[in-house]
Structure formats: structure tokens, C-alpha cells
Design a protein around this ligand. Structure first.
Ligand code: SF4
Length: 328
């Protein structure tokens, strides 16, 4: 049965910070507060659709949920709670690493929160300072440990290509995440948005976001590292919609970004496997649901190998797992 996520945005509400890349109004496509009517209406609409209760959630995204004024935060949770256990398995929230402590976790637990995502963004202190994040890698480490101790599902979010970062630092962040053993990860290549300090740095030629080609290569590598360590990457690249297009200035924002990265992973695996193969017509077996990924976005991998004198035909095999490739 279907998995449903009721996504409710709490844009910039309660966030004590002003990170140089953030324009929450642009990201969430909405500014202002969230009302009880909006929460109830979204939950009831979703409740009418047949779905798997245990795998469905009410999610508060877009700001720093636990930094919201206490009364208001509890009001949001109280409004959502009656739907937990009846229509949804739990509540998911996202927040900053320095806005987690034992008291807050106790409150979240009592209202049915089951998953907490931390906007860690980088595990390099210098990158966090340059981006005016206002927290340290140590804050992320402590918050992650507490969240796990309290039995919540832990999610970590990272950004690649931040001001002051580079590929080595982004790899380091991913490895630090792996060490913290999150249940889920989100990876967002940095996008320059209108009305941010990052836009200013970009216009002054002080900051250049990485190119799409380089971001795909790096994020494919990170995706594979998380996969090898049994960590689910639940998002790769910003969602389309939500007015990002309107506020977009520069950076990697591609509607099929994940597909591009997964295609890159298959290209690399196939290339290694056929390195010593002299045949020109090659049949490639992958998991049944992975055929289009192995062919690459719009068939780009087939074309890549064709230019190298190899005609590849990708076939599905239901016994294979993700990223398993057999050449026949
Ligand atoms: S902590 Fe999050 S919501 Fe607050 S300014 Fe930074 S990115 Fe925006």
C-alpha cells in the first residue's frame, strides 16, 4: 500500500539564524505562519487516501522546528497528534543541530515525533563559519547521539559545493555522517538564491557554485558510499516547484538530478566490468527496476559506450539487487 507524507512548511519560523545561502521564503514557496486549519485540512485530505499507516508521516519541514517559540511548537504538535496511530505512523521534523537537548527530545517523544532530521550541511568547522551557520560539527555530533539514544530515527542533511568547501571537504562530511550512523541522509548541491548573501558573493565573483558535471560525479560517489554503508539517501537535489525556479540565480538545480547520479554510478560499474571485454555487443544484467538508470538519463550511458565502440543492451533480472551488474 501507498506511503504518504503530509508535508507542512514552517518557513523560517523560529530560526535564530541567517545562513548565507538561505532564503526560506524562496525554498518553501510560502512565507508566514502555519495555522491549525492548514494542518487539519492536509492531514484529513491525506487520511482519505488508502495508505500504509506505519509508513506514512506528518512532516514539519522548512525551518528549525525545535527553535520555534515553545508554545507554538507544542500547538503544532498537539494539532497533529490525534492523527498519529490512527492515520499516520509518526511525525517527522527537521531542525538545527544546536536546537536539540534532552528536554526538547522528551517533548517531541510525548507528541508522537518519530523522526528528526538535522540540517548539518557540513562537518567542517571552517565551512560552517563561512556560511554563518551558527553551530559547530560538535553540535551535530552531540545532537545525533542524543537523538539515537532517545530512539528516534535520525536523518542528516548535507550540502555540497558550499562557500569555502571543496570536494574533499564534502567527502569528509559524508564520511563523518557514516560514522554517526544516521537512518537517512539528504544531499543538496548548493543553489544560489535571490536575496541571499551568497548571491552577493556570487555577483562579486567571490563564490562560484560547482558545475553540474562535477556535482553529478561527486554526488554519485557519495550516494554509493551511503549505499555501501546501508544508509538510505531519501533526497538528492532540491525539489522542483516551491518557487525555487523564480528565486534561482545559479548552481546545480536539475529536475532529474538523482537520475543523473544513479546513471553515473551504473556507467562507472559497467565501464569497470567491461574494461577487458573484447566483444562489441554486450548484454548487461541489472535489477528489473534499474534498467532505465543503467541506460542513463535519456540513454546517455548507451550513447557513451557506443562512442567507445560498445553496443550495450541492458536487461532486467529480478534476482539482482540495486547496483549489482552482471555482464553476459
Ligand atoms: S538554519 Fe535553516 S532556516 Fe535558518 S537560516 Fe539557516 S538554512 Fe535557513
Amino acid at each position: 500500500m501507498k506511503h504518504i507524507n503530509v508535508s507542512l512548511f514552517v518557513p523560517h519560523l523560529g530560526c535564530p539564524n541567517s545562513c548565507i545561502f538561505c532564503n526560506q521564503k524562496t525554498i518553501s514557496g510560502k512565507c508566514g505562519t502555519l495555522t491549525a486549519e492548514e494542518i487539519i485540512s492536509a492531514a484529513e485530505t491525506a487520511a482519505k487516501t488508502p495508505h500504509d499507516i506505519n509508513n506514512s508521516e506528518i512532516a514539519f519541514f522548512g525551518g528549525s522546528f525545535t527553535a520555534i517559540e515553545r508554545e507554538k511548537m507544542i500547538f503544532f504538535l498537539q494539532t497533529a497528534k490525534p492523527y498519529i496511530g490512527t492515520y499516520f505512523g509518526g511525525i517527522r521534523i527537521s531542525t538545527r543541530p544546536d536546537c536539540i537537548n534532552e528536554e526538547i527530545l522528551g517533548i517531541l517523544k510525548s507528541y508522537g515525533v518519530t523522526a528528526i532530521e538535522l540540517g548539518a550541511q557540513s562537518m567542517c568547522a571552517d565551512v560552517l563559519i563561512k556560511n554563518e551557520r551558527g553551530h559547530t560539527p560538535g553540535d551535530t555530533e552531540n545532537a545525533a547521539r542524543l537523538i539515537k539514544e532517545y530512539g528516534f530515527s535520525l536523518g542528516l542533511q548535507m550540502m555540497t559545493g558550499l562557500y569555502g568547501s571543496d570536494e574533499e571537504k564534502d567527502r569528509y562530511t559524508a564520511e563523518e555522517f557514516i560514522r554517526l550512523k544516521p537512518d537517512t541522509v539528504r544531499i543538496y548541491p548548493t543553489v544560489v538564491l535571490e536575496n541571499t548573501k551568497l548571491e552577493q558573493l556570487y555577483k562579486e565573483n567571490i563564490y562560484q557554485p560547482p558545475r553540474l558535471f562535477d556535482s553529478v560525479k561527486l554526488c554519485a560517489e557519495l550516494l554509493m558510499r551511503f549505499h555501501e554503508n546501508g544508509i538510505k539517501v531519501i533526497r538528492l537535489g532540491l525539489h522542483s516547484g516551491g518557487n525555487v525556479e523564480e528565486g534561482f540565480v545559479a548552481g546545480v538545480y536539475h529536475p532529474a538530478f538523482r537520475e543523473l547520479c544513479e546513471g553515473e554510478i551504473y556507467k562507472k560499474i559497467i565501464e569497470e566490468k567491461i574494461a577487458f571485454c573484447e566483444d562489441t555487443d554486450i548484454r548487461v544484467l541489472v535489477a528489473s527496476g534499474e534498467i532505465s538508470k543503467a541506460n542513463g538519463h535519456k540513454g546517455v550511458n548507451r550513447e557513451y559506450f557506443r562512442k567507445k565502440g560498445k553496443n550495450i543492451k541492458v536487461l532486467g533480472d529480478s534476482t539482482l539487487g540495486q547496483y549489482n551488474v552482471i555482464i553476459i
